[in-house]
Design a protein around this ligand. Structure first.
Ligand SMILES: [Zn+2]
Ligand SMILES: [Zn+2]
Length: 302
């Protein structure tokens, strides 16, 4: 996708890291009491970016966002100094489900509503799991997903929020565990500019892309660039992993307390290619630990 030469990590780190070259650090914040509460809660614990669910991620039923609610969110955001926000879609959505099935019909309607809610709030990126083929095979699954995305894009013309397809741990029949699959999805849709990629450190590690040392981190990012293209990377999920390398298990751990370790996150937050990108923590015990994990990331910045 790109032949762009990327610097070796050793070279990259010689560049002095100025404020301009830093990523935006933040966390997935609760929206109880209104979507704007995520912004207030985030800034209170030092977030420079936040991720939210715009509706309950475990229910098909999702209330739409009133103009008043959107206005409160936008105003709170404008006053906060936060420049990039991210939404995460419902866990129930599977845009690669069998054509004609109830789950695909529901998924397409729900995903269209996800885009509409994110757009009304002025959210920049909607992180979405690419779905599961359910045994039909990777090729069939990717074709179904592309068809779903094309249909939804056609129904939501001109919307600015970009869907960031998330790398997954590649568990079961889930798509997104291999960079090649994401490249094929982006390359296959009619409106690729509606898409982006979200790299989740826990998921790629569990999927078999090592990032534990400067060398392995550089190699994985080089692969991402060669296969997908770093220009598509717009959101990072920074999570350590409770499960082993290549385990295909999705279990987040606190930064530096899992199988990945601090060194990977040091590489991540000091990588000048990720400057300005939202780096979001999605770890357990969020009420007490989000602040700690964001601070841990900040302390790693050289
Ligand atoms: Zn994630
Ligand atoms: Zn996960």
């Amino acid at each position: 996708m790109t032949t762009q030469q990327i610097p070796l990590l050793g070279e990259a780190l010689e560049t002095p890291i100025t404020t301009l070259l830093k990523p935006l650090l933040g966390a997935h914040m609760p929206t109880a009491g209104g979507h704007h509460k995520a912004i207030l809660g985030g800034t209170a614990i030092g977030c420079e970016t936040v991720q939210i669910f715009t509706a309950s991620p475990r229910q098909w039923r999702a209330p739409s966002i009133s103009p008043e609610m959107a206005e409160v969110f936008r105003r709170t955001l404008a006053e906060s100094g936060i420049t990039k926000t991210v939404a995460h879609d419902s866990y129930l959505i599977n845009l690669a489900a069998e054509p004609g099935s109830e789950v695909l019909t529901k998924s397409k309607a729900a995903f269209r509503a996800e885009i509409e809610r994110a757009e009304s709030l002025g959210v920049n990126f909607l992180v979405s799991h690419p779905g599961a083929h359910g045994g039909a095979g990777e090729d069939v699954g990717i074709a179904r997903l592309i068809e779903s995305l094309d249909a939804i894009h056609a129904e939501t013309p001109g919307m600015k929020v970009r869907t960031a397809l998330e790398t997954t741990a590649g568990q079961g029949t889930y798509l997104g565990g291999q960079f090649e699959q994401l490249a094929r999805i982006i390359g296959g849709v009619k409106e690729p500019k509606r898409l982006a990629v979200c790299l989740d450190t826990c998921h790629v590690f569990a999927a078999g892309y090592d990032i534990r040392t400067p060398e392995t981190y550089a190699k994985t990012m080089h692969l991402f660039d060669e296969i997908i293209g770093l220009e598509w990377l717009q959101v990072i999920h920074a999570n350590d992993s409770q499960k082993a390398f290549g385990s295909h298990a999705d279990r987040h751990a606190h930064i530096g307390e899992g199988e990945i370790g601090l060194e990977a996150f040091r590489c991540l937050v000091n990588d000048p290619r990720l400057a300005g990108l939202p780096i979001i923590v999605e770890t357990p015990e969020s009420e007490t630990m989000h602040e700690v994990n964001v601070q841990r990331l900040r302390e790693l910045i050289a």
